[in-house]
Design a binder for this molecule. Sequence first.
Ligand code: PMP
Length: 432
Amino acid sequence: LSKSQELLNRRKESVANGVGIFNNATVKDAKGAIIIDADGRELIDFAGGIGVVNAGHCPEPVVAAIREQAGKYLHTSFNVVTYEPYIELCEELAEILPHGEKTKVMLVSTGAEAVENAIKIARQATKRPAVICYTGAYHGRTMMAMTLTSKISYKYDCGPFAPEVYRLPFPNVYRYKGSRGEATFVKEELKRLHESALNLVDVKNVAAIILEPIQGEGGFNAIPQKYLEGLRAFCDEHGIMLIMDEVQSGFCRTGHWASWQHYGIQPDISTYAKSMGSGLPIAAVVGRAEVMDAAASGSIGGTYIGSPVCCAAALATIKYMKKINLNQKAKVLGTDIKRRLKNLKKVCPEIGDVRGIGAMIAIEFVKNNDPSQPDADLCSKIVEGCSENGLILLSAGTHKNIIRILSPLVITQQHLDKGMTILENEIKKATK
Ligand code: PMP
């Protein structure tokens, strides 16, 4: 048995089956975009631990900052004893992610926890109970976050779910536009949004509308500009908090700190995690100061909120991202990846769509060139083929027919070429 196989066998014996396994890869060491597995095999990482290592595996300044902070103090609980790294990180986030005139921040540990708190804050700010979310959404695995998540396979037998959650169809242009022009499609979806006030939930009871401007698990579906403009206006008209979940799309993935910065439309509250801490559990709720301050003292918190070591990791990550201009790198990388995949699409009709913003790029596989005929089998065959050839990749989408690329943005040209060649070869082989 290989060491990797041995490890996977031990996993099977002692780890609960419900803990999903997307790939049979193992790790002994990781650096940049490369993972060395338990047997010393070099793997190219196009998953980045579900989009967590935009700045690469183990960036040196981040590792150094973690070591330095670990030598000073590990924990006091920010609720009990105040420490500077927490405050410094809040200051930094308020500066790079401004919400209105004054921005305030709350740090937590995971994306789901950030979403939970965003909803609690919105409810306290509006004194209203209801939340509207979207199909294709993923917001995490805690009770409210899971309720807001759309895909049923994430929540089999996990109910009863949180009450007062309503769902609208996400305006997924590729899948649902049909023969209509995009402008007409968006207009009709906005009409549906306005009609929701009549047939879904009383707007006077709606605290928040939450969405991922570019859906992550849903398959990298970008909200159309005009829809987001209409949604912002709808929220303003009815006093609803607009929450944008940037957990997957944030921190340079799309070439900005947050994907909403592409649209020039500000949320009232937004959430971040994943690549912000280069792998350490740190997350943030960022929002307009008056909204954030509406949460009563002591009503939001937790023992481990903004661990000092994780704050140090996030501060060093942001500093490093700025130093190497990672946002610019994402744009260049994304252009390169998209160009290669669009070229492949020309000769490969099974590729229905290549899309994305910055380096948040997805490939959607369909049958008969029809957006409404997702091809999950083909997609999983390609992901498996890549895995056998040393490329770690993730699928996505309600129908599991989408490959998403979330490689570290610091990937070298050589590793990118190698990874893309494996992917292209596997697509050609599977569609031949
Ligand atoms: N929101 C989005 C958009 C996500 O992609 C994820 C994780 N995939 C989450 C929330 C939940 O984050 P976490 O797994 O850190 O709880």
